[in-house]
Design a protein around this ligand. Structure first.
Ligand code: NAD
Length: 320
């Protein structure tokens, strides 16, 4: 098998390559050529850790495997980040393990690529202003990928912890865009595209905040109980998700469904917009993409990085 170390991922994987991999796998999911397996996530009763795995099979890209890992809240004492994951790929022809790939940076890149794909297909045509809700680790990746998917002229930002806003300001400067920290009512009124990427357990962006044609990529909600958007906002929008089953159970749309404000069949797969089977924005004023994060995204970027590592001759081969 080949091993691609976490330390080598940054030199191999670009936001552009991640975008291509995620766009292709969303299309494969919509064509029913790729499917995710049920997610396992368990509190293991040791170090307060949450461990799990997300797997799947992409019969079009021929990627079979899983991402294993989770969240270890006390990792600072080991000098490690709290989110830890590794992707394992298997040969779909024989079942033999084919690669082990560091999954930490890949997770950030594939999550950013998902919101960027939604922006490419669903943003209002003349969108100029990007609104960022959230200023944690992941926010910088989301902003960089968004700016590659669409030519924005300005970034507005809000975060529940204002002391973290420096990350958004620095990232906007890095990509050459002016940045302004604003309250949520101004962000909702002026931004044409909004990315939410927080760990919130209650609605932050309210329906009355959002004015005019707007696309929202809701990326923070990936667990039961988490929430970033007002269900009334969800109820008046055209809805898309990476995977509908995940969206209504652990994603942002779980709340509007539970409150009976929307039916599950009001949600379309983003992949169907990529394949041209769904018209996308159409006449809708507000579109929302619920990016819950699926195992196939991890396999897609890991498979791409293995090819890049092979081409550069930096994958280590080991006998299992
Ligand atoms: P982080 O810990 O670096 O940042 C957390 C962010 O959430 C900050 O903006 C912080 O101000 C805010 N926050 C923290 N506690 C909050 C609370 N109680 N209420 C409201 N806001 C709060 O995390 P990150 O790596 O930037 O990830 C942000 C979120 O995105 C997390 O919830 C994470 O689980 C989620 N995530 C989703 C995917 C996906 O595929 N959908 C992938 C990676 C991360």
């Amino acid at each position: 098998m080949l091993v691609v170390a976490e330390k080598d991922i940054a030199g191999l994987m670009t936001p552009e390559a991640a975008f291509e991999a995620i766009e292709a796998v969303f299309a494969s999911m919509a064509r029913r050529k790729a499917y995710n397996f049920p997610v396992v996530r368990e509190a293991i009763g040791h170090e307060d850790a949450l461990y799990g795995f997300k797997g799947g099979f992409d019969g079009a890209g021929l990627a079979l495997g899983l991402k294993a890992g989770g969240y270890w809240p006390h990792n600072q004492k080991h000098g490690l980040i709290n989110h830890q994951s590794t992707v394992f790929l298997f040969d779909p022809d024989t079942g033999r393990v084919s690669a082990a790939v560091g999954g930490n940076l890949l997770t950030a890149l594939r999550t950013a690529a998902a919101s960027a794909v939604s922006i490419k297909y669903l943003a209002p045509k003349d969108a100029k202003v990007l609104g960022m809700i959230g200023a944690g680790h992941q926010s910088a990746f989301q902003m960089r990928a968004a700016a590659k998917a669409h030519a924005f002229e300005k970034v507005l930002g809000w975060n529940p912890h204002p002391e973290m806003l420096g990350r958004l300001k620095a990232t906007a400067a890095e990509i050459g865009l002016p940045f302004e920290a604003v309250e949520l009512d101004r962000l909702g009124a002026e931004a044409d595209v909004i990315i939410s990427i927080t760990s919130s357990f209650g609605p932050l962006l309210l329906s009355e905040h959002v004015k005019g044609p707007t696309h929202i990529a809701a990326m923070g909600t990936d667990t039961k109980g988490k929430q970033e958007l007002d269900p009334a906002l969800v109820a008046r929008a055209r809805l898309f998700a990476d995977e509908i089953a995940q969206s209504v159970t652990i994603g942002e749309f779980q709340h509007a469904v539970a409150q009976g404000l929307i039916a599950q069949d009001a949600i379309a797969e983003l992949g169907a917009v990529v394949t041209g089977d769904n018209p996308g924005r159409g006449e809708a004023e507000v579109t929302i993409f619920d990016g819950t994060g699926v195992g196939l995204q991890d396999l897609a970027v890991a498979a791409a990085v293995v090819e890049l590592a092979k081409a550069k001759g930096i994958a280590t081969s080991v006998e299992v």
